[in-house]
Design a protein around this ligand. Structure first.
Ligand SMILES: Cc1cc2nc3c(=O)[nH]c(=O)nc-3n(C[C@H](O)[C@H](O)[C@H](O)COP(=O)(O)O)c2cc1C
Length: 189
């Protein structure tokens, strides 16, 4: 069984979402023997913005990177994604990854009845979400979790668990409490 672990925070060791995603992976390793973990760090991997040349296959090197990212996505059974809220949405490095894996004919296709997801090997996605403020489950100004859920849904993945630490920038006490509570929830997965 293959687990793709993705981090996207730019904050390295100070990142909450990186701490949470690592703990989710450790928890899943306890549950599933022989879990093969592949790690993709979008904080250090350079994925340039999508361009017309890349999309048309004219930028050979970048088109190849896109194909590799799609293959990596499609070959995973489980995904653990560390994703911070940046300006009510996701970080631009994570968006650059999304633009490379949401590819017609690869991870979804258009049919007479609309778009159909093709990433049917992926059984479940865990999103380790961290936010400076407090938004709860379905805030109208949350374009982070809502966006990520839509992208995974669009590629055919409907089993999505969001594990969330909120209010981490309100005060050091808030941060410590949110992280401790979220780690507790992860240990119960
Ligand atoms: C560029 C940037 C933009 C941010 N925008 C928001 C925001 O819109 N809403 C919010 O609640 N927190 C915002 N934050 C705070 C982060 O969501 C919070 O620090 C979170 O813990 C970051 O995840 P990380 O610790 O894994 O890096 C922002 C932080 C950064 C660096």
């Amino acid at each position: 069984m293959k687990l793709l672990h993705i981090d996207s925070s730019i904050l390295g060791e100070n990142s909450v979402s990186r701490q949470l995603s690592a703990e989710i992976v450790a928890q899943l390793q306890k549950k599933h023997a022989n879990l093969e973990v592949e790690y993709l760090d979008l904080g250090t991997t350079d994925i340039p913005h999508l361009t017309q040349e890349i999309l048309l296959g004219q930028d050979i090197e970048q088109s190849k990177l896109g194909e590799d990212l799609v293959d990596q996505y499609l070959s995973a059974d489980l995904i653990v994604l560390g994703a911070a809220m940046y300006n009510f949405s996701i970080s631009s490095n994570l968006k650059a990854w999304v633009d490379r894996i949401a590819i017609a004919g690869k991870t979804f296709k258009y049919t007479a009845d609309g778009a159909v997801g093709l990433a049917d090997k992926i059984q479940k996605v865990y999103i380790a979400s961290s936010r400076g403020g407090i938004y709860g489950e379905k805030s109208p100004i949350d374009f982070q979790e809502a966006f990520l859920k839509q992208i995974f849904n669009f590629t055919g993945v409907t089993n999505i668990d969001v594990i969330r630490a909120e209010g981490v920038n309100l005060s050091p006490e808030n941060r410590a409490k949110a992280v401790a509570e979220t780690l507790d929830a992860i240990h119960k997965l």
